[in-house]
Design a protein around this ligand. Structure first.
Ligand SMILES: [Zn+2]
Length: 157
């Protein structure tokens, strides 16, 4: 084997100690007669030892704890109201959101008034409807949908 072949083995199989006994003896025979290849062998051995030491070094416990915390952290529960709020916010600026709800409630109220006009118990029905609407808007507010921006219109108080 010439120097080229020896060097090729030195940086691969020989360094990893994955070499047959016969080949190992040939290499060692060459190394005892060739200072240049012996120098390379020593460099490779030194580097190989450094790599082995590096493998032994584990991340600090603190790092493991952070990784563990990141992995085991429960995913935030899906909240339909928050999701809906986010989607609505894409189309309606937050400040307008409360007014949008109020406006739709008032529109529904007028439609309801129109439908129930022919009924005899109109006053009671309207009163119940208003109470329902106020409760509905309060529930939206409580759920955080209106971000506390909802202010009861005067007609409800
Ligand atoms: Zn050589």
């Amino acid at each position: 084997m010439d120097c080229k072949e020896i060097r090729k083995l030195l940086i691969s199989d020989y360094a990893d100690n994955e070499i047959g006994l016969k080949t190992k003896q040939i290499i060692q025979g060459h190394l005892s007669n060739c200072p240049a290849c012996r120098e390379l062998e020593q460099k490779v051995a030194s580097l190989s030892n450094k790599l082995k030491e590096a493998k032994e070094i584990l991340p600090a416990e603190e790092v493991w704890q952070k990784i563990r915390a990141e992995i085991t952290q429960p995913q935030e529960a899906f909240n339909l109201l928050d999701w809906l709020k986010d989607k609505l916010s894409l189309f309606i600026p937050p400040k307008r959101l409360a007014y949008a709800y109020a406006a739709s409630a008032i529109m529904i109220l007028f439609v309801f008034l129109f439908i129930t006009q022919t009924r005899g118990n109109r006053e009671k029905t309207v009163e119940n409807y208003i109470i329902e609407q106020v409760e509905f808007m309060d529930s939206l507010d409580a759920a955080g949908i209106t971000n506390g921006l909802y202010i009861e219109p005067d007609i409800f108080s």
